[in-house]
Design a binder for this molecule. Sequence first.
Ligand code: SAH
Length: 251
Amino acid sequence: MNPELLLSRIRVVLCRPSHPGNIGAAARAMKTMGLSDLRLVAPRAFPDPEADARATGAVDLLERAKIHDTLHEALAGSVLAIALSARHRDLGPPLGQPREMAAELLAHARHGEVALVFGNETVGLSNEEIQCCQAAVTIPANPAFSSLNLGAAVQVLCYELRVAAYSGLPPAHDPLVTPFSSPLATHDEVEGLYGHLESVMTETGFLNPAQPGRLMPKLRRLFGRARLEKDEVNILRGILAATRVRTGHGR
Ligand code: SAH
């Protein structure tokens, strides 16, 4: 598939950025590598002259940037989201290397829109934000000083994506080459499944909302690893609907 088309399907999502200068730096990092879809979740200050100044020739990306209230909104319609995290999280999705994850993202970009999700400069990504993603990446760095500037972290990943997209190599592994496969489920379809699962587990008494423990994060990690297809989401939701009827909650 055309590398330019693949790169155009990659969203760069900045969650709650506090410094408009970093938004500009991210736009410049993206444009130099051929990416263009910038998404901002609840930016503290945007638009802002500091963002324009740091973007220099990439102001067009800032003008086209979409602003969202929540990460769910920014991921709507996408088929894979990868979180960027400087720190390991106990309940987070499986952690990979930038090169390996760039290949994975491009393999999925053949089938739909995909996203890289970056955190706030001071606090990084929240656990909730990380759990919206199916995989995570840490840029290997000096263990004594491992937190890159936000714009620099965006640059590293965009560079890896460009190198991978133009390498001419076939995708690392195509998620949809098995017989009987259906299109990948989108973020919103998978979130619909989680909501459905949570309510049926609550109704059946399997999940106690007062003491939820780690059940939902663990299930998110399980299904995140599976990279669910539309048909699979429909089957699982069909089973849940049938369970509801049996337990009397569906009426
Ligand atoms: N102090 C924060 C780091 C914030 S840096 C923390 O401890 O999480 C802002 C964002 O840049 C991070 O949320 C992450 O998305 C990205 N980032 C910075 N350094 C990174 C690294 N070494 N690996 C992966 N992402 C990194």
